[in-house]
Structures are given as structure tokens and as C-alpha cells.
Write a protein that binds this ligand. Sequence first.
Ligand code: MN
Length: 209
Amino acid sequence: MPFEISRLDYDYNALEPYIDAQTMEIHYTKHHQGYTDKLNTAIQKMVDDPKIETDIDTKTIEQILENISSEVAIIRNNAGGFYNHNLFWNVMSPDGGGEPTGELASAIEKSFKGFEQFKTIFSEAAKTRFGSGWAWLVKKSDGTLAVTSTPNQDNPLMDAVPADEQGTPILCLDVWEHAYYLKYQNKRPDYIENWWNIVDWEEVSKKYE
Ligand code: MN
């Protein structure tokens, strides 16, 4: 089964003024669709190649990512691009912003000594990611939370990933220039600060629980 990008639950202009409609449309229909098409094409080529023995077409995206060290770069880049953007669209909402509640709020309190402290750490990870990449909030195997960042389309699910923390991503921020350049140009910190207004904490809570 080819991988398909998740449907957006909101219109391209729904996240304005924080993310503009043109950026959303290009990001979703060109960049995310592009990673996904390239992933599907690369998988099909492997399956069709009699010299390659693979069961990659029977795996979930998570299974592929968790064993990414055994895959070639085109799979690594595009499997990451496919998964990362699905999560990104999902954790944003025009009704977002504010602060988390419930179990997630307690976990943030426990792991970061407070929500403001967490925001500062996450924003710093996003600002200081050199070049293209992502910032992440992950749930680790012991249930605690950690912030990390990755280059390119890597993510903290990947084995052998150059992230200092691994775990299950529950929140992510795309800091590739294609995610903000039309509206913010070189001002990545402004994009990051505005983005907090559209974080869907209900959705992040669901992923945490
Ligand atoms: Mn992107």
C-alpha cells in the first residue's frame, strides 16, 4: 500500500496570521506530497529490483523509521519527510495556543520544572538547529519527556539518529526555511514565537497518553 499524506483538518489560511496560506499550500501540496511520492517510488523500485531482497513494502512507517540505519539515504530522507509532516499538521490548530492541562501538564512540570521553562528549552532547540531540521518533544520509554532537535528529515524514532534524545515524538516544529521564509524571511525566532499560538495541546495530550 503506498503511503498517503494525512488530510488537513483546517484550511490553508486557518493558521493565519501565524502561518500564511501560501506557505501552508506549498508546504502541504508540494513539499510533503513530494517526500511522500519519492518514498513510494523508492519503495516500489526496491520491490521491483530482483537484486534486492526487501520486505519494506510490508512495514509501517514507524517500523521503517525504527530500522532506518539499514536503509539507503533516499528512504531515510523521504520516510522522515512523510512522517514528520503528518505529525506537524496534526499538532497545529486554529483553536490552538494556551497551555496543556491534565497528565501532559504534570509531565511537563516534572520533566522541565514548568511550562515556561519547557517553552524556552524547546524554542532554543528550534532556533539553534543549524540549517534545515526539526525541534521535538518526545516521550521516552520511562514516560518522562525530553526536547531534542534533528537535522534534515531525521527524527527521534530513527535508530542511529544524530539526536541526543530518542523517543516517541508528540510535538514537532519544522524549521526548514520552506516552512516560514515567505512570511518571516530570515527571522526564524519570530516564526517560532508565533507558532506557540497554534499548538494543539489537546492533540499533543492524546499522543502523550
Ligand atoms: Mn517541511
